[in-house]
Design a protein around this ligand. Structure first.
Ligand code: ADP
Length: 476
């Protein structure tokens, strides 16, 4: 598993180049991996292109059976795969184990959906005509995935693509390629011997990204990552009019209304904020609390936050692992420094953790204003900024005051308020009295600068399908 997976084989790149993958918790090198480039990318695209006719013509039941097998193998091997995620990403083992099962759930869901790709028959104007709309796989697809859920983000794309009848070339993040290669190993164990699913580990994504977004044989690119990179891929894909799905950054508001069940809201925020040390695109990023419940909420929250154990993900008591790399540490530290320099008040935490170079203490800050970078940027770290509000409309306007539009959360016991506010929030996903919104059966995705396209659900499958309209005329 130190090589690329291309055309069902483990491939060492022509250049012989390798790159190092390290454990963010210790800084130690985990292994050296094949460093793929343009040549291997073109090989993988050709392999996926050659595999497409047979894969797309298989009966949906055959594809479904194969995907079920992947789901089963992931589930069966969860205790062997989870340590690989913890090792390269740093997240606590329990979260990593959950990620394996969550990944399996996408393969299972799409295995079930593969046999339900229905079309339409369309009533026609002429009695001698019949019309249909049928769905067909779009072709060879590319997946570019991030490091925060190194297995699940690929599982979401691969499950849908393969169920639709597409073939896939995947480029995982340079910090976490081992999880993707582990998935390739699972495909190999499921007897995949051709280019239906290919994985290209690489230290430098730019040239590979260019090939994937410009190659005429690639029909669609699915990307999860930063908005800046999403824009680059969008621009590069334009000349060849590739279909795109872009799941980009977020800046999720979390609103606690006066009527909220405060214990429930605190629990929801702990889950939404601290999963993966705050490094998720649907993390609660700006917390708006009604002034009449603010003190109660903050006091219950601080009590929980101060008990969080920071440390190596392999330690059983760890709840917060390291940040992914030094750039992430620099960003989180500088967001906090900027806020403090503009008079933010640290309630708890507020510094690096003694657990190691890349560990940050879970932090709550208040007394914030919109001049602070932390009020506008995606934090991607374990910091909770608390804002206070009075009127409902004030909270809604503040929550919408972002260019992003991925997830939002509200806590209220008033049904009308829940409808009214969730209607007014300009986000692709809204959790009401719940922050665990992600599910294989649900359409995950954003609007505005958070991108477009959906993953999971029947809509996630549609993103890999084209519609063909057929008109049979002059029937006798
Ligand atoms: P983050 O800032 O969270 O690391 P990125 O958007 O930089 O997120 O990375 C997400 C994925 O995009 C990774 O697989 C990374 O290698 C890839 N990537 C980064 N820059 C480019 C690029 N110019 N072209 C193609 N892929 C890229």
């Amino acid at each position: 598993m130190t090589k690329a997976f291309v055309d069902g084989q483990w491939l060492a790149p022509k250049s012989g180049d390798q790159f190092s993958v390290s454990d963010p918790a210790t800084g130690n090198e985990i292994t050296l991996l094949s460093d793929c480039g343009i040549h291997e990318t073109e090989m993988a695209i050709d392999a996926a292109h050659n595999a497409f006719p047979a894969w797309s013509r298989k009966s949906p039941y055959e594809r479904s059976n194969f995907l079920s097998k992947i789901a089963d193998l992931l589930t069966k091997n969860a205790d062997k795969i989870a340590p690989i995620i913890t090792l390269e990403n740093g997240k606590p083992y329990k979260e990593a184990f959950g990620e394996v099962l969550y990944s399996a759930s996408y393969f299972k869901w799409f295995a079930e959906e593969a046999v339900r790709i229905y079309g339409d028959t369309i009533p026609t104007r002429s009695a001698s005509s019949k019309a249909t709309a049928t769905k067909h796989p779009i072709g060879v697809c590319a997946a570019i995935t991030p490091w925060n859920f190194p297995l699940a983000m690929l599982a979401r794309k691969a499950g849908a693509a393969l169920a639709a009848g597409c073939t896939l070339v995947a480029k995982p993040a340079e910090d976490t390629p081992l999880s993707a290669l582990t998935l390739a190993k699972i495909f190999e164990e499921a007897d995949l011997t051709n280019g239906v699913f290919n994985v290209l580990p690489a230290s430098s994504p730019v040239e590979i990204g260019k090939v994937l977004t410009t190659h005429p044989k690639i029909k669609k690119v699915s990307f999860t990552g930063s908005t800046d990179v999403g824009r680059i891929l969008y621009t590069q894909s334009a000349p060849s009019l590739k279909k795109l799905s872009l799941e980009l950054g977020g800046n999720a508001p979390f609103i606690v209304f006066e009527s909220a069940d405060i214990d429930l809201a605190v629990k929801g925020l702990m889950q939404a904020k601290f999963r993966n040390a705050g490094q998720t695109c649907i993390c609660a990023n700006r917390i708006f609390v009604h002034k009449n419940v603010r003190d109660k909420f903050v006091s219950k929250l601080s009590e929980k936050v101060s008990k969080l154990k920071v440390g190596n993900g392999f330690s059983e008591e760890t709840m917060i692992g390291p940040l992914i790399n030094s750039a992430a540490m620099k960003k989180v530290s500088s967001l906090l420094e900027d806020a403090v320099s503009k008079n933010a008040n640290i309630i708890t935490g507020g510094q690096k953790s003694p657990a190691g170079d890349l560990f940050f203490s879970p932090t709550i800050i208040s007394n914030l204003n919109s001049d602070m970078e932390i009020a506008r940027e995606e934090i991607f770290g374990p910091i909770i900024p608390i804002f206070e509000f009075d009127a409902e409309q004030e909270a809604t306007i503040a929550a919408n005051a972002t260019d992003y539009g991925l997830a939002a959360y509200i806590y209220t016991e008033q049904l009308s308020q829940a409808w009214r506010v969730s209607d007014a929030l300009e986000f692709g996903m809204v959790g009401i009295n719940e922050t665990q919104i992600s599910d294989a059966a649900a359409p995950f995705g954003g609007i505005n600068q958070s991108g477009f396209g959906r993953e999971g659900s029947k809509y996630g499958l549609d993103d890999y399908l084209e519609i063909k309209y057929r008109l049979f005329g002059n029937l006798r």
